[in-house]
Design a protein around this ligand. Sequence first.
Ligand code: PRP
Ligand code: URA
Length: 212
Amino acid sequence: MSEAANLTVMNHPLIQHKVSILRDKDTTVRDFRALCMEISMLMAFEAMRDLPLEEVVVETPVAPAKAYKLSGKKLALVGILRAGLIMVDGILNLVPNARVGHIGLYRDPKTLEPVEYYNKLPADISERDVFLLDPMLATGGSAAAAISILKDIGAKSIKLLCIIGAPEGILAVHSKHPDVEIILAAQDERLNDHGYIVPGLGDAGDRIYGTR
Ligand code: PRP
Ligand code: URA
């Protein structure tokens, strides 16, 4: 794992291996979806490393055991539509009791500016640790807008998990929201003239849903 201020890039071998297959243009829609879910779970496993625990006593069939359960604030998983949905599905396998929110944003293909079309978020989000999920952090416009929406309704603790991020997106999010930790599976080189991450993996939504 390599860490800079509020940026973590996960370099676990399993994550790197799976991201390589994800990038491959010949990976099928079915495999692409499965890999997105697996990578998201591995990322969440690490991103949730500092969740607080409380000591409890559990009666095993043999004797009382000193054990630990999650305590502290509850969790909210917020997916940016469409592509973030697959990360929500993956991470719910680990934390099935988490509340789920959705923010609908699409990137205008000409201006590359995010356009909001939907949001439905847990009412008590201010009391939850929020994990904002989107596979791609390109210009950072969508993630920064989603973070502003979350903060406007009171969210205070937000981590952004993206599978691939470009330096431009990291800078944009950190300059608007320096308090938000960004966690990536891979940091790529740059954006191309169309705002796509290079080398990236193409259009994540299209590859997940087979729409191109
Ligand atoms: C993609 C991706 C991000 C956004 C990233 O979504 O899933 O939400 O682009 O780009 P940005 O960092 O420059 O804002 P897209 O707008 O293609 O919508 P979709 O998921 O509905 O296909
Ligand atoms: N959105 C994507 O899905 N891919 C990119 O490379 C950039 C934005």
